[in-house]
Design a protein around this ligand. Structure first.
Ligand code: UDX
Length: 440
């Protein structure tokens, strides 16, 4: 098939590369400066395997780039919209980028593919409105909704091996075209009406965010009563009705999707007079995570002013350089208010224009002279650091393990160093036992 994909963020670009790998001819469209970089195989986002796949699809002549929607749409069997739909004002979703695509199709001298596939996450009813809008220009094209469930850091794998694929469409023709597009991917396909498909996306992300906030809420109870949240969630998640995923307590969820989608769903609920209290509690628990964790350090320090906090990992999760809604940004704002100095190390976010951050080249440099360290992102290499050395380099060896990265063995060794305080999430803190401590 000939496919046109509008938007080359991580969703659009991953879709473009994966559809090309499946054997389709794909033209991805974006603004001039973005396309300029992509034509030179330069990616602004860090996503495992994406670079190699992009280069091979281009070599094989199945992936092209363009800046003109009309030009790229000529002869296409379908056009996919994968542009951003950020939070707008008053909790509404900002659909201006989607509207811009539709406006350009309307101005395109009748050049409009027979199928428009909305991949961007949009509020319920949006596809109905877009289709009606196109009709006003005489464009009889079906608009379908086909949500993405791609996690950054494993987006290619999620695309090629999904738990399910959802088609929100009206006609048999659209359904057949979508089946052809996804031929080669072995996954259950759910076909439903567009509004239900639009809600599937929001409800899925809301449920995942709710699971995380639930785990974080129980983690607080565990800390208070000397239980271990990892054990509790292992026991809870072993129930197949609940499942083991997204029950990892920590610093709270971040990223471009969960907060935005939760907010959008809350706004949709309000619009029909429903307050959706479960979602409100989910968001509230998440917002309290970072202030709560920082409070633990402050209670140990006494006066926070002038303290030096080392941060390991600043993106919202490992295997990405995405800083959107990263919990680190909340931490940084609070540190600024308290007068705490912040020095960071991240394996892939190499440069940051964030004011007030001293960026180091290694984790050991971050530890040097720090009054506390916090692990914000669970990069596997953080678990492999020489934690005894890390503690020895610090001015005050206080480690807040925001993702419970350190193994029991590492913690035991760490606690042999003088004056160490290890603060995990969801179980009580541990200190060096004065009787066993040594100057290792
Ligand atoms: C999410 C959805 O998972 C994906 O289906 C959707 O389409 C896009 O949004 P993403 O934001 O890339 O994907 O990352 P995800 O793996 O879902 O993690 C989101 C946040 O939750 C991260 O900050 C992560 O660290 C946090 N998280 C995840 C936890 O705190 N605990 C967990 O158990 C799982």
């Amino acid at each position: 098939m000939q496919l046109t994909i509008i938007g080359t963020g991580y969703v659009g670009l991953v879709a473009a590369v994966c559809f090309a790998k499946l054997g389709h001819f794909v033209t991805a469209v974006d603004r001039e400066h973005v396309i300029h970089g992509l034509r030179e195989n330069k990616l602004s986002l860090w996503e495992p395997d994406l670079q190699e796949m992009l280069e091979s699809c281009r070599r094989e002549g199945r992936l092209f780039f363009d800046t003109d929607i009309t030009h790229a749409s000529r002869g296409a069997d379908a056009l996919m919209i994968a542009v951003g739909t950020p939070s707008g004002t008053n909790g509404h979703t900002d659909l201006s980028q989607v509207d811009e695509v539709i406006a350009q199709l309307k101005q395109g001298d009748g050049v409009c593919p027979p199928l428009i596939i909305v991949k961007s996450t949009v509020p319920v009813g949006t596809c109905d409105e877009l289709e009606a809008n196109l009709l006003t220009a005489g464009l009889h094209t079906e608009v379908v909704f086909n949500p993405e469930f791609l996690r950054q850091g494993s987006a290619i794998n999620d695309f090629m091996n999904p738990d399910r694929i959802v088609f929100g469409c009206r006609s048999h023709l659209a359904k057949a075209a979508l089946h052809q597009m996804y031929k080669g991917i072995n996954a259950p396909i759910q076909v439903c009406d567009r509004r239900s498909a639009e809600l599937i996306k929001y409800a899925s992300n809301a449920f995942l965010a709710m699971k995380i906030s639930f785990a974080n809420m129980i983690a607080d109870v565990c800390e208070g009563y000397g239980a271990d949240n990892r054990q509790v969630m292992q026991g809870v998640g072993a129930d197949r009705r609940i499942g083991p995923h997204f029950l990892q307590a920590g610093i709270g969820y971040g990223g471009s999707c969960f907060s935005k989608d939760l907010q959008s769903l809350l706004t949709s609920g309000n619009a029909i007079g429903r307050s959706l209290p479960l979602l409100e509690a989910t968001a509230q628990i998440n917002e309290e995570r970072i202030p709560q964790l920082l409070e633990k350090l402050i209670s140990l320090w006494g006066n926070p002013r002038g303290k030096r906090l080392g941060v390991l990992g600043i993106s919202f999760k490992p295997n990405t350089n995405d800083m959107r809604d990263a919990p680190f940004l909340t931490l940084l704002r609070l540190c600024y208010l308290y007068g705490i100095e912040v020095q960071t190390f991240d394996p892939v976010v190499q440069t940051t224009s964030i004011e007030g951050v001293i960026q180091m080249d290694t984790a050991y440099e971050v530890a040097t002279d720090a009054d506390a360290l916090i692990i914000m992102t669970e990069w596997p290499q953080f678990a492999e650091l020489d934690w005894v050395l890390m503690a020895q380099l610090m001015y005050q060896p206080i480690l807040l393990d925001g993702r419970n990265v350190l193994s029991e063995e590492t913690i035991s060794r760490l606690l042999l160093v003088e004056n160490v305080i290890y603060i995990p999430v969801g179980r009580p803190l541990e200190r060096t036992n004065l009787a066993t401590s040594s100057h290792l």
